[in-house]
Design a protein around this ligand. Structure first.
Ligand code: AGP
Length: 590
């Protein structure tokens, strides 16, 4: 996924573009570039690596219109030639997304005499638009035509040689917002890039936006249309580290407040949490950490709602045979609301008449807009690529869905659970203050780490393992504890770290047996356990205790040590925690 910024106004565009790209770097950061009009010509600067590399190339121009791009490579390795903006003929363009029919288009364009320098689908899209432009200089007409010819996902911001005062923006499947501000008019992939200029923005949907210095107009099928303006209401500090070394650490520490605000809001608006007991089949569909939240959610809904739930990886679900009906509920979990596979799964569910519920963070995102119903997790902008606060609030949302069912089935127990929710925020705060650094130093020395657990502890372990892998690059695997004996235990050597999660009181003794099996083979054992469990010291080298509360609450608490362990291991290894190699914040391509 990439970051796009465009500016058209009266101020020097270069610093605005560069600062905007820096705020979008979390979307992709293997190369970057800017293009701008100056003295009736378009200048392009682009470079492999971080934006600081691009800044070394810049000259002391003062253009007032330009575009910028920070890339997460999909077609072609990170390189100067593959970096955006791309320029073909009279068209200069930046792109986020994947053009799926670019090979076919490329062959047709080669027959028209186009030659290609890069390996990218973006250069092909640029050439296509230029080829249309050569036949007809009506920009709206050629862009509408391009929309019909392009297959896949795109967000484009385009400059034409003969329109030195105008930017054109259009999108399909990848997000773009457009905004007016006192400093000038802006277009961007995401809110953080425009926040210092304005909180008001338009969400581009099927329209084409024409952005001049004094106005922004929207056209649908070449007819001008009016759009509602949205206002970003989250805390503006989101876009700064607030004194923390990394956004990830800041976002982990935001969680007590976010959890308190979340619970205050939804307990006062409990009708916004749907009663899902009326559906014949319930599916939870997501990717990555959101999928792990879904596994935890399914466990809680099955336990407290007595309803069977199937959890599916979106990239699998969208292609496999499905048994969806009008009585199915499909819950789509997505922080960004723009994950391509999850969007495709949403659309598949709706084609099959299933009811769709989105659990989403980004307001107005595709999944939020296209779901029949949405529960916003209100985590604010999550800048760190490795999700923490959004994941935690996804889990809390499932906890609330299960609580709603419990309230129907057992009001006495729901009262006890309600009091646990009231202290959740404070208990999270206490867990933030544990000394994880010492344990992290031990784990950081290893190249293989194992996580084990059973039932909900297995699902929590999956997320703990992913967090560690994402930011410390240590290979770690999660196993259902009962599976160890079926092969994996052969991997346990002297000192191999095994991180065990023991919060499920119905099954923890079984996991203790598995821990003993690993200890017998020399493992270093870290146990994360409910504090009332009878655990002998001989099964662990280190232990982290979780307060003995309802599992509707401990599922959230257990996440905190897992996040901070991963963070401090990566800190020990001195990696770029907010922008891990090869990753992007939202995978808007499949
Ligand atoms: C990032 O830490 C996550 N690990 C990543 O897997 C993410 O959960 C996944 O890409 C889904 O993103 P979404 O929630 O925006 O749909």
């Amino acid at each position: 996924m990439c970051g796009i910024i465009g500016y058209n106004g009266k101020k020097n565009a270069i610093p605005i573009l560069i600062e905007g790209l820096k705020k979008l770097e979390y979307r992709g950061y293997d190369s970057s570039g800017i293009a701008y009009f100056i003295d009736n010509q378009i200048k392009i600067f682009k470079e492999k690596g971080r934006i600081s590399e691009l800044e070394k190339l810049l000259v002391d121009d003062k253009p007032t219109i330009g575009i910028g791009h920070t890339r997460w490579a999909t077609h072609g390795k990170p390189s100067k030639i593959n970096a955006h903006p791309h320029r073909v003929g009279n068209v200069t363009l930046v792109h986020n997304g994947i053009i799926e029919n670019y090979n076919v288009l490329k062959e047709e364009l080669k027959k028209k005499g186009y030659q290609f320098q890069s390996e990218t689908d973006t250069e092909v899209a640029t050439a296509l638009i230029d080829s249309l432009y050569q036949e007809n200089d009506n920009k709206l007409e050629i862009l509408e035509k391009a929309k019909n010819l392009l297959k896949g996902s795109y967000a484009f911001v385009i400059m034409f040689d003969d329109c030195k005062d105008t930017l054109y923006a259009l999108r399909e499947g990848s997000p773009l917002i457009v905004a007016k501000s006192k400093e000038g008019n802006l277009v961007s992939s995401d809110i953080p890039a425009i926040l210092e200029y304005t909180r008001d923005y338009y969400l581009l949907e099927q329209e084409i936006a024409i952005i001049t210095k004094n106005d922004i107009k929207f056209y649908l099928n070449r007819e001008e249309v009016k759009k509602d303006m949205l206002t970003f209401t989250h805390d503006i500090k989101t876009a700064s580290k607030d004194g923390y070394q990394h956004f990830m650490l800041k976002e982990i520490h935001e969680q007590p407040t976010l959890i308190k605000n979340y619970l205050d809001y939804y307990f006062n608006n409990l009708d916004l949490i749907p009663d899902i007991s009326k559906y014949e089949k319930i599916y939870i569909v997501a990717c990555g950490s959101a999928y792990h939240a879904g596994l935890i959610g399914a466990y809680l809904i099955e336990k407290y709602g007595n309803i069977e739930v199937k959890v599916e990886i979106a990239s699998e679900f969208r292609y496999k045979k499905n048994f969806l009906t009008a009585n199915s509920l499909v819950i789509l979990v997505s922080q960004s609301g723009e994950t391509a596979d999850t969007i495709a799964s949403l659309r598949l569910a709706k084609e099959n008449k299933a009811y769709t519920l989105g659990i989403v963070n980004v307001v107005g995102s595709t999944i939020a807009r296209e779901s029949n119903q949405v529960i916003y997790i209100n985590a604010g902008c999550e800048i760190a690529v490795a999700t923490t606060k959004a994941f935690t609030l996804q889990v809390l949302t499932f906890s609330m869905l299960a609580y709603k069912l419990l309230k129907k089935n057992d009001s006495q127990l729901s009262q006890e659970v309600f009091s646990d929710y009231q202290i959740l925020s404070d208990e999270v705060n206490k867990l933030l203050n544990f000394n994880y650094q010492e344990i992290a130093k031990k784990i950081a020395k290893h190249h293989d780490v194992f996580f084990i657990g059973r039932l909900i502890d297995y699902y929590l372990a999956l997320e703990g393992s992913l967090k560690l892998k994402e930011i410390s690059y240590i290979h770690s695997e999660t196993y259902a504890a009962g599976e160890l004996k079926h092969g994996t235990i052969s991997l346990i050597e002297e000192g191999t770290p095994v991180i065990s999660i023991l919060t499920d009181i119905t099954i923890y003794e079984k996991t203790i047996s598995n821990i003993k099996e690993t200890k017998a083979r020399g493992a270093y054992s870290l146990v994360i356990a409910r504090d009332n469990l009878n655990i002998n010291q001989d099964i662990y080298d280190d232990v982290i205790k979780i307060p003995n509360l309802s599992d509707l609450v401990t599922c959230v608490l257990t996440v905190i040590p897992l996040q901070l362990l991963a963070y401090y291991v990566a800190l020990e290894l001195k990696y770029d925690i907010d922008k891990p190699r090869n990753l992007a914040k939202s995978v808007t391509v499949e």
